[in-house]
Design a protein around this ligand. Structure first.
Ligand code: OGA
Ligand code: NI
Length: 374
């Protein structure tokens, strides 16, 4: 595929099409991928076709020898030697995998189930009500759209998303969608507690005081995204979510039992198998930066499937506000043997490079972190 000045796309076989017009028509429908499926689409429209995607490529499915570490938080605040052991496991997972699954994190199962259900209700509610929230206006506290990067990314993904800014809480909670407002607030309260626990463990794993990352403001902001991946008629042609790293400090992810999330580990795509009641934690670019490359922000993706919908909920812990403080490698971690790898940046400047650079760094295979190397 080749993009020309007129935005005409050279598709395989030599035919051309006006990609921008097709993206716009899709966006203007305000009904997302679910709208396509509801209208009976038996084929994947070409804006979603990923020419780079080779389903069997580096696939770890089936006989894969790797599994993501599963860490049990039971007793973490009661038994110091157990805590020490858990800190070791968390540190190891953050270094080697950038991903881990947590069980016994303290959030009751019914809250997790109700959250997944709330996201299902949101996406399956009356189309006319849902359309009112369809927007790309980042100043709004709650919006719904398909593909936040629709016009920037080389290919669209088979997914719709409800996106809410939960901390600082919108001044008026009426801005949150009615069908899932209560569970959204309760779930995010619980997730903040888990986030603080995880930042405590990560701080300790870095050899720092338990409060260090919290005091740096790493949990100062919380964005909530509720994804809905409809069943796909041609799952070998597109992805639910293209290969990417997360930008902020950590993401805490809840997935339903459908499966499809994969992590790139030692050059193999490894399935993150659903574990009932578990939460997935992964390291984002900003944490890789402040840990001076000790902890890794790892590529991951979501396959499209011919079953569905798949529902997942990602809570992104980030700095508070657009004009956040400067973040650089944590001084206490640096030494003559471990000099700083990165220069300081605000989270916002980092995001600009990652997503708003003319050639979005988040999508061409190299990490935007490269831009901040000293
Ligand atoms: C994300 C993400 C995975 C999923 O939102 O950044 O990686 O399972 N989501 O939806
Ligand atoms: Ni992600």
């Amino acid at each position: 595929m080749e993009i020309t000045n007129s935005s005409k796309i050279q598709a395989e076989g030599g035919s051309t099409y006006d990609r921008i017009s097709e993206l716009k028509a899709f966006d203007d429908s305000k009904t997302g991928v679910k709208g396509l499926v509801d209208s009976g689409a038996a084929k994947v429209p070409r804006i979603f076709i990923d020419e780079q995607y080779e389903p069997g490529d580096k696939s770890g499915s089936g006989g894969c020898k790797f599994t993501i570490p599963i860490i049990d938080f039971q007793g973490i605040d009661k038994d110091p030697s157990l805590r020490c052991e858990i800190v070791g496991k968390v540190g190891n997972a953050c270094e080697k995998w950038g991903f881990l699954q947590v069980i016994n994190h303290g959030i009751p199962l019914n809250i997790l189930e109700e959250m997944i259900d709330g996201i299902r209700r949101f996406h399956e509610q009356d189309t006319e009500v849902k359309k009112e929230l369809y927007s790309r206006d980042e100043t709004r506290a709650a919006v719904y759209h398909s593909n936040f990067d629709l016009y920037r990314a080389p290919v669209a993904n088979w997914r719709d998303t409800l996106s809410c800014r939960m901390v600082p809480l919108p001044a008026n909670s009426d801005e949150l969608p009615t069908v899932c407002r209560d569970i959204l607030i309760d779930y995010c309260d619980e997730i903040r507690k888990v986030g603080v626990t995880v930042f405590g463990l990560i701080s300790e794993a870095l050899g720092l005081n338990s409060n260090h990352l919290k005091e740096m403001g790493c949990a100062g902001g919380l964005n909530f995204v509720g994804h809905y991946y409809p069943a796909c008629p041609e799952p070998e042609l597109t992805l639910g979510l293209s290969k990417h790293t997360d930008s902020a400090f950590i993401t805490v992810l809840l997935q339903d039992q459908t499966g499809g999330l994969q992590v790139l580990h030692q050059d193999q795509w490894v399935d993150v198998n659903p574990v009932p009641g578990a939460l997935i934690v992964n390291i984002g670019d900003m944490l890789q930066l402040i840990s001076n490359d000790k902890f890794k922000s790892v590529y991951h993706r979501v396959l499209a499937k011919n079953v569905g919908p798949r529902i997942s909920v990602a809570c992104v812990f980030r700095a508070q506000g657009k004009h956040s403080r400067l973040y650089g490698p944590i001084k206490e971690l640096l030494s003559e043997e471990n000099p700083p790898v990165y220069r300081e940046t605000t989270e916002n400047d980092y995001l600009k490079i990652k997503f708003m650079h003319p050639k979005p760094e988040g999508f061409n295979g190299t990490s935007a972190l490269e831009h901040f190397k000293l």
